[in-house]
Design a protein around this ligand. Structure first.
Ligand SMILES: NC(=O)c1ccc[n+]([C@@H]2O[C@H](COP(=O)([O-])OP(=O)(O)OC[C@H]3O[C@@H](n4cnc5c(N)ncnc54)[C@H](OP(=O)(O)O)[C@@H]3O)[C@@H](O)[C@H]2O)c1
Length: 236
């Protein structure tokens, strides 16, 4: 059976790295992208050592040229993308008053515009082939009204609204769009003090990867549109 191709952005650490590892173990060819080359190289080595297939490309999702060049290289190597996981993301945990215009632009450029650029690059081919799955890693911040996360929440809420509209336009082409909204996950997104103190309250990146895997592996006729995931004991 021909293996499917999955492109996961922000695969150098955390949730994206675990998604890459899990799918590669389960008959997907994984294309892992992020900015830090050394971490991507070690990921691909780990996957290949386990006997599975992966490639890595350095890609900054905030750069139009970087995203489109990366997609061109993926297309040259594999010909198609079956699943795109828009996982690359940043936050800042700052109050609105302390946030600078730079913080706004930085978060919108990566979390919202970056996902837009990746979707724009894969979509024409998915429409032509009348199949594909786009998965966005959002956050419970979209609904939970958290303090010190207003810009982050705005960037993720923008992506939620964009994807909900997109889903309506592409469902007739057999393309699925799924929004995953995790609460706290034990990844480098949190500072090391918080991770040490609250780790036992947090979900793991492997937990999130396993849900993404389930979502992708549902029957063709079934579309999971939205998944909210929280630590058993609630938000931190
Ligand atoms: N951890 C949580 O509690 C939590 C909760 C809800 C949602 N999320 C979401 O989950 C996603 C993954 O985050 P994580 O928790 O796994 O944190 P993480 O370990 O810090 O991972 C973030 C990833 O994004 C990549 N990235 C950042 N800026 C980028 C850019 N300009 N271009 C390309 N890649 C970029 C980073 O790689 P490079 O630096 O190498 O580029 C890294 O691989 C994010 O979208 C985040 O908002 C996380």
């Amino acid at each position: 059976m021909k293996k499917k191709i999955l492109w996961v952005t922000g695969a150098s650490t955390g949730i994206g790295r675990e998604i890459a590892k899990l799918f590669s173990k389960n008959d997907f060819i994984v294309v892992a992208t992020a900015r830090r080359k050394s971490r991507l190289v070690s990921l691909v080595q780990e996957i290949k050592f386990a006997g599975n297939e992966a490639s890595a490309f350095v890609c900054d999702v905030s750069s139009e040229r970087s995203v489109f060049n990366t997609f061109k290289r993926i297309k040259e190597r594999y010909g198609q993308i079956d699943v795109l996981v828009n996982n690359a993301g940043v936050t800042s945990f700052k109050s609105f008053a302390d946030s600078k215009i730079y913080d706004f632009d930085y978060m919108m450029d990566i979390n919202l515009r970056g996902s837009f650029l990746c979707i724009k690059s894969v979509l024409p081919q998915m429409l032509k082939k009348r199949k594909g799955h786009i998965i966005n890693i959002l956050s419970v911040a979209v609904h939970s009204k958290l303090e010190n996360s207003s810009l982050y929440a705005a960037s993720k809420a923008g992506l939620l609204a964009m994807s909900d509209g997109l889903r309506l336009e592409v469902r007739g082409y057999n393309i699925k769009v799924t929004n995953i909204m995790p609460g706290a996950v034990d990844t480098p997104m949190w500072d090391s003090r918080t991770r040490q103190k609250k780790r036992n309250r947090m979900m793991t990146p492997e937990d999130i990867a396993s849900v993404v895997f389930d979502v992708v592996n549902k029957p063709n006729k079934l579309q999971i549109e939205e998944v909210v995931l929280r630590p058993q004991k609630g938000d931190l």
